[in-house]
Design a protein around this ligand. Structure first.
Ligand code: NAG
Ligand code: NAG
Ligand code: NAG
Length: 292
């Protein structure tokens, strides 16, 4: 896993990061062969940061698809990504990560409230094992002056039932008992490498970041975790391990890297509980390492 994180911009001519820009693979000009599939596949690899980040962008008018959706196009893919974030907030653990594998079908409609509701059939995979499950899910994006977070309903019981108790308990005991508190930076590092001992903390960062990505998602966003920049374990309270993380989120539509500070607890019985999340101002942020 010694792969660098590479950011490639495609088709940026005349484009700004306006929120009305949407990604439409189908709008790719013919002179960029294989563009569409590459983007979607590489986007998936980005999610857990082990390999390469490839980003492409197309500017088109902001016309929301309604009715039956093309499962491989961005409106369906973006809504499905929100389901992934939701499932990670529900079932995520240092030893269980949910990954949106495939959209089988999708339907979108305007609903009273107001908002837009997506109904999707998707396959999700547990990232650390080869277990895939087909689920039905609904995502409601509220609309209005101050639209709230998307509301998701999904049932993927098989993934939840994967037994990870022993691994979680061992990790918990190790870091609960240790006299010194964990501190780590750059998961993965600029070569895409993560020390095996630190992998659970990378996964934990993805789970905690899923709370932010779920809250911040709209029909016009596509969030992935780019990197965990800093992990600081704090003194435990109430039998929970407590962490202060800085995560770098990559919003693929605006091409922004956003820095979020997350204070959260974790234990096998309680899972991840986010106590505080705060977007850091751009100017105070360190750049992700691009040399060393
Ligand atoms: C994962 O499982 C599927 C079906 O169960 C199988 O076809 C595939 O070869 C497996 N892949 C790996 C990497 O084990
Ligand atoms: C305790 O923490 C220190 C410093 O982080 C680390 O080097 C050591 O391996 C840890 N011990 C155990 C048993 O995890
Ligand atoms: C990591 O975060 C902790 C807590 O916010 C801070 O004290 C520490 O200086 C940070 N480390 C680096 C290398 O940024």
């Amino acid at each position: 896993m010694d792969l660098a994180i590479i950011v490639v911009l495609v088709g940026l001519a005349g484009v700004t990061g306006s929120p009305t820009v949407t990604i439409r693979p189908e709008a790719a000009p013919a002179d960029r062969p294989a563009h569409t599939n590459t983007v979607l596949q590489m986007t998936k690899k980005t999610v857990f940061g082990q390999e390469t980040v490839l980003i492409a962008k197309e500017a088109v008018e902001d016309v929301m698809a309604t009715g039956e959706l093309n499962p491989s196009h961005y409106p369906a893919q973006r809504a499905a990504k929100v389901i992934q974030h939701y499932l990670n907030t529900r079932y995520g653990s240092p030893y269980r990560l949910v990954f949106m594998r495939k959209v089988h079908s999708g339907h979108a409609e305007d609903v009273a409230g107001p908002g837009r509701k997506y109904r999707l059939e998707i396959s999700v995979q547990e990232f650390l094992r080869n277990i895939t499950e087909k689920c039905s899910a609904e995502v409601l994006f509220p609309r209005g002056e101050k639209p709230g977070s998307p509301e998701v309903q999904a049932s993927c019981e098989e993934l939840r039932n994967i037994n990870i108790k022993a691994q979680e308990e061992a990790l918990y005991q190790q870091y609960k008992r240790n006299q010194s508190l964990l501190s780590a930076q750059y998961l993965p590092d600029s070569h895409g490498h993560i020390d095996p001992d630190m992998e659970p903390f990378w996964h934990l960062g993805i789970v905690a970041a899923s709370f932010v990505m779920l809250k911040e998602s709209t029909e016009n966003t596509l969030y992935n975790v780019a990197q965990v920049a800093n992990v600081t374990q704090l003194e435990s309270e109430n039998d929970q391990l407590k962490f202060d993380y800085i995560v770098l989120l990559h919003e693929m539509v605006s091409q922004e890297i956003l820095h979020w500070k997350l204070l959260f607890t974790w234990s096998p019985s309680e899972g991840v509980k986010v106590l505080h999340m705060e977007q850091l101002p751009r100017c105070h942020c360190e750049k992700p390492p691009n040399t060393n």
